[in-house]
Design a protein around this ligand. Structure first.
Ligand SMILES: [Zn+2]
Length: 288
């Protein structure tokens, strides 16, 4: 089983997670920019974070045979903070970088006017940079939030096929299925979606434009729920080709629209370290 996890926050995970993920078949990940739990108080903190997403974390992943890509964005939880509106101004230089395959995650948390502004501005950046957009749907008031999200996407003029609307469930997916947008599902051990419910959704809506991810953030989560979903699909009668489509070919197709997803079609990762870290003595020491 080859797996491209299309939404996983590796900055919050350990090296043991990377090893377990490789063992489970994960050969590539997309790490969306998000919040750090503790609110950031300045744009400079975002610069350091974005630098880690395009530099340090891909190097860390490469130690374990996993290719690491990322998305760059001002996340919904911090988009309402007036100290951080300047993040939108520094984003363009990151959106030009090789490992950046989308804008995001962006969207609504509390649906405030400040969030409206950041949402629309970032969709405009996605259009300007010809990149896909990863849109988070709010965890509270989810149905209304999803409807409003789709309205903003339509008003932005971005092609629906360039957008994934993420963190969907059985209640919200009917809103998105006819929109032309991709549908993302975050599979958790005991909240939101689980593998069994995901298989039931796949039976219902089919395999087109569906992405399954483990999210794996600061809360209780499991970086192997992609694999567990693949196994649940097989147990329910889906074949290997269907599993490969959900866990590898679909995320390849979606993020491939960036033109930057230079992955070997066999799923073999290029484990060579990026040149800028090749002589990094700290990392050599850490591996000794
Ligand atoms: Zn996320």
């Amino acid at each position: 089983m080859r797996i491209l996890d299309p939404h996983i926050h590796m900055s919050s995970r350990t090296t043991a997670d990377y090893e377990a993920m490789y063992g489970a078949g994960v050969r590539a990940v997309v790490e969306p920019a998000f919040w750090l739990g503790q609110p950031r108080t300045s744009v400079d903190s975002f610069i350091d974070y974005f630098d880690a997403l395009v530099g340090w974390e891909p190097f860390r992943a490469s130690q374990f045979g996993i290719r690491h890509f990322c998305t760059i964005g001002l996340n919904p939880k911090e988009a309402g903070d007036p100290r951080l509106t300047g993040v939108l101004d520094i984003m363009p230089r990151y959106l030009e970088k090789d490992g950046v395959v989308a804008v995001g995650e962006l969207g609504y948390d509390s649906m405030t006017p400040q969030e409206d502004h950041a949402f629309a501005a970032q969709l405009a950046l996605a259009v300007a940079h010809e990149l896909p957009a990863l849109v988070h749907t709010p965890h509270r008031d989810k149905l209304a939030g999803t409807r409003r999200t789709l309205d903003v996407v339509r008003e932005s003029g971005i092609a629906p096929g360039m957008v994934v609307v993420d963190h969907l469930n059985e209640v919200t997916v009917p809103e998105v299925v006819d929109s032309g947008c991709w549908m993302g599902f975050s599979i958790y051990p005991d909240t939101k979606m689980d593998p069994t419910r995901m298989v039931a959704v796949l039976r219902d809506i089919g395999l087109d434009r569906v992405l399954v991810n483990s999210a794996a953030d600061w809360g209780r989560s499991d970086p192997l729920t992609t694999r567990r979903t693949g196994e649940a699909m097989l147990a329910a009668g889906f074949d290997d080709d269907a599993v490969d489509r959900i866990l590898w070919r679909n995320p390849m197709e979606f993020y491939g629209q960036s033109g930057r997803l230079d992955l070997d079609p066999t799923g073999q990762a290029d484990a060579a370290a990026p040149a800028e870290f090749a002589g990094n003595s700290i990392m050599r020491g850490a591996r000794a």
